[in-house]
Design a protein around this ligand. Structure first.
Ligand code: HEM
Length: 311
């Protein structure tokens, strides 16, 4: 941690994985900002308190504000790196932007609690916002994506989750907050499942059943982990904390990809490397089997920020 005076973060930003999740995407009604500010602080506080109440079921969550709505809601200050979703496209690889004003992310090991809380949150927001999209995520097997590969293995662990995901002294007013990027990916599983296992493994860069990372020299330049494993100008690893979970029904299913990070550039550079590749024609071949339906950029402020702005 940067120093002792860290404001209270919203606990869902860095929480460990759960069995279930609910994603609520809202747009705000016109001119409701002065009522919405205290309401958001209340919802975030409510989620924070439930984390204790339902500790046995590992309940957690956060509220995040859309990049395009931020200035209407909090005109006096903006997180320095908050930008609209970096939409991009190359050939058939599409990462479109679809922004929302508010994102409520709740997770728990009991689905009934999540259902109850989701209803309660919507009630608290009544008259101020419209619910535009709702998805429910679930743990699939032993933390696998629906492609059958374990997802999340190389995520930061322990205290480095906070180090990676939470803004520190570099932006004092927004310390303890986090940049959140969400993409709803719909998988083409019938196409994926027709691929021989070795070809699937070459695309991910890890083995499927026992989840072993390929040796560096064996990783194809078009493999997912090769494309997202980036270093900055000083040779330091660019990291994000992934909070993704599988979602959907038989009709439409895939990965609700969620990145939390102390900056917005790490996610953007990774996505660019996946879609546009390395400048030598090597893009991420995972994108031949999945399609991003949405792309949204948010900031999840600390509880203290939300409380201070509520009045
Ligand atoms: C790693 C799946 C999208 C960033 C992985 C792994 C899998 C996976 C199976 C290997 C295990 C692990 O370390 O977690 C997927 C799927 C995606 C997707 C199915 C979408 C359909 C993305 C996107 C980004 C991203 C959009 C960032 C823009 C990463 C990172 C790693 C990773 C940083 C860790 C790489 C490493 O250090 O080895 N992903 N991913 N992923 N993914 Fe993704």
């Amino acid at each position: 941690m940067d120093n002792q005076a860290m404001p209270r973060e919203q606990l869902g930003v860095c929480a460990e994985g759960n069995l279930h999740s609910v994603y609520l995407m809202f747009n705000a009604n016109e001119g409701v900002e002065s009522q919405l500010r205290p309401c958001i602080a209340n919802v975030a506080q409510y989620i924070y308190e439930l984390t204790d109440q339902y500790a046995d079921s590992a309940f957690n969550g956060f509220v995040a504000i859309g990049a395009n709505y931020w200035n209407s809601l909090y005109p006096s200050a903006r997180p320095t790196a908050l930008k609209p979703f970096p939409a991009m496209n190359a050939d058939t690889r599409d990462a479109p932007a679809l922004e929302y004003d508010l994102f409520v992310h709740i997770r728990c090991d009991r689905f009934d609690i999540l259902h109850l809380v989701a209803n309660e949150v919507c009630q608290m927001f009544e008259g101020l916002v419209e619910l535009i999209d709702e998805e429910r995520g679930f743990r699939f097997m032993d933390n696998r994506d629906l492609t059958g590969f374990v997802d999340g293995t190389e995520n930061p662990k322990g205290r480095s989750r906070q180090e990676v995901a939470l803004v520190g002294v570099e932006d004092e007013a927004f310390k303890g907050g986090s940049y959140v990027h969400v993409q709803k990916f719909a998988h083409n599983l019938s196409k994926w499942n027709r691929l021989p296992q070795k070809k699937q493994e070459d695309i991910v860069g890890r083995t499927k059943l026992d989840n072993i990372e390929y040796a560096s020299e064996d990783k194809p330049l078009t493999s997912h982990i090769k494309r997202v494993n980036l270093k900055d100008a000083d040779g330091k690893s660019m990291e994000i904390l992934r909070q993704s979970m599988p979602y959907g029904t038989v009709k439409e299913q895939g990965l609700m990809f969620i990145s939390t990070c102390r900056n917005s550039v790490n996610f953007e550079q990774m996505l660019k490397s996946m879609v546009h590749g390395d400048g030598h024609g090597n893009h991420d071949h995972l994108l031949h089997f999945t399609q991003a339906l949405t792309g949204s950029s948010f900031f999840a402020p600390s509880l203290d920020f939300l409380e201070n702005q509520a009045g």
